[in-house]
Design a protein around this ligand. Structure first.
Ligand code: HEM
Length: 134
């Protein structure tokens, strides 16, 4: 798939994730039925973010060892845990809301600034191409 298609999926996943988290923040946790739809959107969006993120990383020859990619994977895990925190109200809603915005902004800044960026070792790929060309 084209990297720009992956990016579009990434941005759609991002909108889905934050809309689901917003829903969970505003929902009445004593009515579990109302939480279900947000849980589903949260799960699908996280999956879309991961698949499209790894898709871009592979197609653009970015190394998985890049600091910014590892940091984004950690943020992704925290976003996954956020559903439990919000459903069980394990922290004040205002604090969770601020944390979600900080983590989301960090994920965006990391993708733009790319601290500790490394590209994939392309020697292997080049060797394969020259072998096939013979
Ligand atoms: C909560 C999770 C995440 C959020 C909020 C997020 C957000 C973003 C944003 C805002 C961009 C910039 C898009 C643009 O340039 O227009 C981006 C790009 C990107 N993200 Fe994520 N992301 C998340 C998770 C991930 C994960 C898990 C990966 C996996 C490895 C990943 C890999 C990438 C890559 C490779 C790019 C493209 C960078 C480039 O254009 O060179 N992201 N992400």
């Amino acid at each position: 798939m084209d990297p720009s298609t992956y990016k579009i999926i990434h941005l759609i996943g991002l909108m889905g994730l934050f809309s689901a988290l917003g829903g969970l923040i505003g929902a009445d946790v004593r009515k579990p039925a109302t939480l279900r739809v947000y849980g589903i959107i949260h799960g699908i969006s996280l999956l879309a973010l991961l698949v499209s993120g790894v898709g871009m990383q592979t197609k653009l020859l970015y190394s998985m060892g890049s600091t910014w990619i590892i940091a984004k994977l950690v943020i992704w895990l925290l976003m996954g845990a956020s559903i439990v925190i919000l459903k069980r109200r394990l922290m004040p809603v205002g604090a969770a809301w601020a944390l979600i915005i900080i983590l989301g902004s960090a994920a965006a800044i990391l993708a733009i600034q790319k601290p500790g960026h490394k590209t994939k070792e392309i020697k292997t790929a080049q060797a394969e191409v020259s072998f096939l060309a013979k």
